[in-house]
Design a protein around this ligand. Structure first.
Ligand SMILES: [Zn+2]
Length: 64
């Protein structure tokens, strides 16, 4: 990581293209856009390869 420009961990958009939400994971700071934020919550295994151990994150409950 040489850039200080926050970009979405999933799609790579920066904050000029989409609102970015910052989150902490395993001591690192990551950014994710609002479009991909539900993916982080409900389908975190989609971030495998982007986040270390993402396939082991427990998806959030959803009851709709
Ligand atoms: Zn994104």
């Amino acid at each position: 990581m040489t850039s200080t420009q926050p970009t979405c961990v999933l799609c790579g958009m920066d904050d000029s293209q989409a609102p970015l939400v910052r989150f902490q994971y395993q001591g690192q700071t990551y950014w994710i856009c609002t479009k991909d934020f539900p993916t982080l919550i409900h389908r975190p295994q989609m971030l495998a390869g982007k986040l270390p151990g993402a396939e082991r994150i427990t998806p959030g409950e959803h009851d709709h």
